[in-house]
Design a protein around this ligand. Structure first.
Ligand SMILES: [Zn+2]
Length: 68
């Protein structure tokens, strides 16, 4: 069952409602069918993870990747 976010035009309440076929969703608060569907925004992919791989020059001496 698809769940969508709606905001009621009457009472301006945001809610998640199941949408079944051609059935118009109703506001759970005031019962109005004047609902505006909100575009679901996927969770923001914030850059919590650093760049993959070790930072350059972190090998130190004894590693072949560090010249000199
Ligand atoms: Zn409402």
């Amino acid at each position: 069952m698809p769940l969508y976010d709606f905001v009621c035009q009457e009472c301006h309440r945001e809610q998640e409602l199941l949408v079944r076929g051609e059935e118009a969703p109703k506001c759970g608060s005031c019962g109005s069918t004047a609902l505006q569907k909100l575009l679901s925004v996927p969770a923001a992919h914030t850059a919590k993870e650093g760049p993959s791989g070790p930072p350059a020059g972190s090998c130190g001496s004894g590693c072949g990747c560090f010249p000199g």
